[in-house]
Design a protein around this ligand. Sequence first.
Ligand code: IPM
Ligand code: MG
Length: 353
Amino acid sequence: MKLNIAVLAGDGIGPEISEQGVAVMTAVCQKFGHEVTYKHALVGAAAIDAVGDPFPEETYEACKEADAVLFSSVGDPKFDNNPNAKVRPEQGLLAMRKKLGLFANIRPVQTFDCLIHKSPLKDELVRGADFVCIRELTGGMYFGEKKEGDDYAYDTNAYSRHEVERILKVAYAYAGRRKKHLTVVDKANVLASSRLWRKVAQEMAPQYPDITTDFMYVDNASMRMIQEPTFFDVMVTENTFGDILTDEGSCITGSMGLLPSASTGESTPVFEPIHGSWPQAKGLNIANPLAQILSVAMLFEYFNLTAEGKLIRDAVDASLDNNVRTPEIQVEGGAKYGTKEVGAWIVDWIEKH
Ligand code: IPM
Ligand code: MG
């Protein structure tokens, strides 16, 4: 297969983990005889610094022409404490999602047995937790009408039936392939937009008789995720709730640096780690590249290249089992591996297997 990949490394630790993702992708393509080409493009603070726009037209073109985008992270502290900044790195990510019509964000929350002790939850609660959060990504408050005055400001949480239906279809498809349990997370006791979600979901549920659909308020869901994370199989929710719940999800697994995601929709799909740009670690060779590398596995799987995806997952498992780990998950007294060393070890493992 021919694969044209747009590589958007972005800010902070982005370029370092991106390099490892690309190296792994190249190794897998070589092994399976796929022809891969990369086009690097600017996004986030790096793009603001270079051309004054966090998602330049040239980057958009590169994304549109590609088969997939391998994205890393955006964000820079120089913008964080400046509410008056006219452009922000995050706008680049939001513009990319909107322009590519990436309405479905797939965020798997999975535990790795050898890292359970890193979870803030008790072992018996978190062991076996394995669910997917399907986050709506191009609607709701992120993109609704806004007003930003000095004394008065608002964001509008608007959803259309069409937007709700299409994300629910994605969620039902996932639930059908998994344990057939879908939880629709909303705040229908308070919000009109949530009542539309619930109404549409109740109308659609009978079309999926083999799938159990249940409904949960978002406050309750956030509690259930730490009390009984194994309850969930597939969860679907709106943009803002999904943003918040997936951070919670990533931390209960004990390893935020290990969770990849896929964003799909109308145009080129994007694969990215769910963690941010961790500016404090920039250039220190300590960031965990595994979420980015697992995003490459999701990329292959998206194209039904399951053996390629599995090889990457096996390589990641092997690196963990062999204690080839970045500092935040290294066992006490274990050897020190940096971002580059973990990436190189995984590439080497792939070449040998
Ligand atoms: C995420 C991030 C983004 C979001 C930020 C960087 C705009 O937190 O992908 O979860 O809020 O969607
Ligand atoms: Mg987030």
